[in-house]
Write a protein that binds this ligand. Sequence first.
Ligand code: GAL
Ligand code: ZN
Length: 679
Amino acid sequence: MRTHQGRPGLPRPGIAFGGDYNPEQWSRETWEQDARLMREAGVDLVAVNVFGWAEIEPAPGVHRFDDLDTVLDILHAHGVAVNLGTGTSTPPPWLTTAHPEILPVTREGVTVSPGGRQAWCPSSPVVREHAMRLVETVADRYADHPALAMWHVSNELGCHNALCYCDESARDFRRWLAERYGTVDALNEAWGTSFWSQRYGSFDEVLPPRHVESPENPTQMLDFRRFSSDTLLDWYDAEAAILRERSTAPVTTNFMVAAHIDTQDYWDWADHMDVVANDHYLDHRLPDPWGELAFTADATRGLAGGRPWMLMEAAAGAVNWQPRNIAKRPGELERMVLSHVARGADAVCFFQWRASRAGAERFHSALLPHAGTDSAQWRSTVRLGGMLDALDEVTGSVLRADVALLFDWQAWWAADRPGHPTGDVRYLDEVHAMHAALRRAGVAVDVVRPGDDLEGYRLVVVPTLYLVTDAAAAEVDRFVADGGTALVTYFSGIVDEHDHVRLGGYPGAFRDVLGARSDEFFPLQAGETVSLDDGRRASVWTERLEARGAEVRARFADGPVAGSPALTRHRYGGGAAWYVAARLDDAGRQDLVTEVLADADVPPVLPGAGGDVDVLRRTADDASYVFVVNGSDEPFVAQVKGTELLTGHDATEHHVAPGDVAVVREHPQDSRPTSEEDA
Ligand code: GAL
Ligand code: ZN
């Protein structure tokens, strides 16, 4: 487990509730009304000035703070704390007009125009100088404001500008490479440039991976991703340093742990945050939006080192940026929120407080909708505030999982490049599928960075970890040797950190621990399926595997490698390592996971948990809390020695109706007051 010593942590006791508040879009008369309504709904934390630059610095060096001053004073007078944006997310038009060289350039060489948001190059010294001056000014002015609870650096760093291919970025990339490799020979070695006449004579010849017509150099791409993530992290650090010099309030920025964003290696970023915060929107483009939510929440807790984290943005209703923006049905908002809180969120915030009437996001939902307070949305906002108040005592409690799932952004970058045995292996599909199978088996899962200490877990799942360092592979080895159980899936351990193939047979780094070896991959045609001799079915991937010490649990019954092992289990030291050499279908994966959980002796959180019923437990020193999120069509009876229902409808039998949620305190607390006594 990762530790984050010395972090100030979340700003207040109790579950913070609120969202982005953009008063600059509204008249002064609205502000008082907003604050009153926030109070009515139980909102106690709002993010302001997130896109404030053009408002507070309307011309170079000219600052206008009277509106923001007033807003902060009004909020404070109403007991609403402020998550204060530094405002640097989008430069104002005067800056892009005076300095068009700060605009980002795409891979194809197209200069991004201002007029949307985040049109700035992360390597531009010009935009950086202006932005840092703004941060200083904002920090000087508000560090001691009584409403200030925390700092919100920029916004979703890298959402639209993570990868810039301009000349300034090219220079910066070369500097980064020179630091990483020291000599151009070392770079040539790492990039494998003894190939297609790519050998560089000096760092000056190196470019970002701009548009090419042929296949690209995979390591150049990989390093450019690393560089780009580091560059924005460096920007964050620069803002944070200014804030920390002037203020003791916690500093963070909102992460985008999501299926459609892969540009930041948040494992590297996490330790730089005083509080880990994530933005999450149910993504109805995915086959399993709720499964993705659960994975993301577990990953965010992993980034937080197991400590409580913030849900910084979510949608109270629909978003406006998917092809079809699906509104929430009755009960979905509560299920969404508790799915996060059960997984460690101690703050629940939304984009946004009041729905905009103009601008690109005017059809995005909000806590206070266009229809005003006479609306189902407003009533559900008020109900949600009440539900979160009743849960205040869960803050600070933590979730303990017996299962770790290894997940890595760098492996994702490398795995999804072209030029592989098949384009049908998508890293995140396999990660999501394995996580979903574990969740549907009713167990809690920690999402862990490869290489982190695995001690204390019973099962470690390694889905398609194509790129893995020697050290991370050795940790899996050690974990199994010491008595743990591992489940590794196909196309894992194939390359090292330079994306160089590990020789001697697949799955490279995991051959020894798995006691199995392949000499050739046999991916399947689109739509083609094969059978295993235990009745399971698979698609996408097969390989010619040979057991070298492992026990063969199933063989391919047909297809290109009929007769070859498909599923193996290897006793290794005190533990066991399973390998599955194919992409199983959902049913086959589900019962494999059940079998492996039994092998590792991991029971569900409660009897009957799993399927569409999420059951998770958060534990504190003197109490524990069972969360039930019933997404199924059947009632769920929570068999807890439970005493008190904090939220939910039937207090006596812990019956959780279809679609409903419940939180039960399992053991009475002697030392702490109950939430009722608090009130
Ligand atoms: C986030 C962003 C917000 C808002 C929201 C809409 O990506 O941080 O400013 O745009 O999406 O869903
Ligand atoms: Zn650039």
